[in-house]
Design a binder for this molecule. Structure first.
Ligand code: GLN
Length: 452
């Protein structure tokens, strides 16, 4: 009830939820009380969560923040949300995001922008919550949920977590099933928890993760007891500081927070090691070829026939497709589809897409080599703190630069976690990112809990 009341009071301003579900949540809470009374209570019993509106929820509208899916009610539940429900979680509603998870500031949702609950000390102007899981991040930061699901393709869990001062964990690609999650870029998309503490993230990940025969890319590996990794000794752990993340004219304040993280880990007994990830500088360019290419293919299914909205008044099938897609997709999504079809087209495939795949291999190799020397990497999550909504860059490429520190780990499939570490001089949260070996989320959790 505390959460549904808070949503009622604050969602008008924050716009963190597209579809709040107060009645369903309260109903589920009564059942959870009953389960607790008889002692049949799985780990998340009664825990109220937000669900990014990219996860299909049985019988509940799932929009991907797009007009084209404004009326889509899936007849099935995504694997991740089904697992959370099975573990007793209560869903408070579906949270806002950038349309089809494409964006870094939650400015492209067809259902309005999300506001970051934080403000600069002397400036009440609304700030962006980051993106694309900005609704989830804002909801968790403002106590409109105890935790929320996010998805991360190139940083969409970690960057909004940093902007909103919460914990965001992107697991290894393949750790959580993608089944029933609306696809953006299938070789990169990964679901994960967004919470206020590392321990909450550990508990939630344990409930979401695991092999799923319905997703051939989900890994058939046992899910460890993530919670047990909290508070583990960090003595002797080797922490890598990648030189390339220092480059791009970063602010003094971010550098200071990074140093603070290094000092804390050194004090905890870690060995700090300088490492190099030489292909980092190609990360963004490569990502913004591969992600649009995969998105152009994934979004081909929204044709007005099988899912969602169909445009009225067309006189032929082709016209219906065109009108539906023109009216249904927003500007950023259309831009990505155009870029994607271009880089995949016959004349340009080798020059762009194939080359990007080769560079992706080099980026992956950088991480493999670094993880021969160290157990975990520590970097800033984003190059800036949350910025003002009215300061959003006009050039889309400028916006893409926000993802510079998160994209490389996505390209290599590594797990990554953003942690709130400190505040800048304006009183805004700054995040640090931990990147780990494949399927070693435990080390992220252990180090993360040491940095709390
Ligand atoms: N900001 C990145 C993009 O726009 C990442 C989005 C994501 O991770 N879903 O593609």
């Amino acid at each position: 009830l505390a959460h549904t009341t808070a949503i009622e009071a604050l969602n008008g301003r924050l716009n963190a939820y597209i579809t709040p579900m107060p009645d369903k949540a309260l109903d589920a809470a009564t059942k959870a009380d009953a389960a607790l009374a008889v002692g049949e209570a799985p780990v998340l019993t009664g825990i109220p969560l937000g669900v990014k509106d990219l996860f299909c929820t049985d019988g509940v509208k799932t929009t991907a923040a797009s007009k084209i899916l404004a009326n889509f009610i899936p007849p099935y539940e995504s694997t991740v949300t089904a697992k959370l429900l099975k573990n007793g979680a209560i869903f408070l509603g579906k949270t806002n995001l950038d349309e089809f998870a494409m964006g870094s500031a939650n400015l492209t949702s067809a259902f309005g922008e999300v506001e970051n609950p934080w403000h600069r000390a002397n400036d009440p102007s609304p700030l962006v919550p980051g993106g694309s899981s900005g609704g989830s991040a804002a909801a968790v930061a403002a106590h409109l949920a105890m935790g929320a699901t996010g998805t991360d393709t190139g940083g969409s869990i970690r960057q909004p977590a940093a902007y909103c001062g919460i914990v965001g964990l992107k697991p290894t690609y393949g750790r959580c099933s993608r089944w029933g999650t609306i696809a953006f870029a299938s070789s990169l998309d990964q679901a994960g928890p967004m919470t206020r503490t590392v321990e909450d993230a550990a508990i939630m990940l344990g409930a979401m993760a695991g092999h799923d025969p319905k997703d051939s890319t989900s890994a058939n590996l046992p899910v460890p007891d993530y919670r047990a990794a909290c508070g583990r000794s960090l003595k002797g752990l080797r922490v890598g500081i990648p030189a390339e993340y220092r480059a791009s004219g970063m602010s003094e304040e971010i550098l200071a927070v990074w140093q603070k993280g290094i000092d804390m880990l050194r004090e905890a007994g870690c060995e700090i090691v300088d490492v190099s990830l030489p292909h980092t500088k190609y990360g963004l360019a490569t990502y913004y070829i591969i992600a649009p290419a995969e998105c152009s293919s994934n979004l081909a299914r929204y044709d007005g026939v099988r899912f969602g909205v169909r445009a009225e008044g067309a006189t032929s099938l082709d016209e219906m497709y065109e009108k539906t897609r023109h009216d249904g997709f927003g500007e950023e999504v259309r831009r990505r589809i155009l870029v994607g079809t271009y880089v995949l087209s016959a004349g340009y495939y080798d020059a762009y897409y194939l080359k990007a795949q080769k560079v992706r291999t080099l980026i992956r190799r950088d991480f493999t080599e670094a993880f021969e020397k160290v157990d975990v990497l520590l970097t800033p999550t984003a190059p800036t703190a949350a910025f003002r909504r009215d300061e959003k860059p006009v050039d889309p490429v400028q916006m893409y630069l926000n993802d510079v520190f998160t994209v490389p780990a996505s390209m290599a499939g590594q797990p990554g976690m953003s942690l709130p570490i400190g505040l800048d001089s304006q009183g805004l949260p700054l995040g640090l990112q931990l990147i780990g070996r494949h399927f070693d989320e435990e080390t992220l959790i252990a180090v993360g809990s040491g940095l709390e």
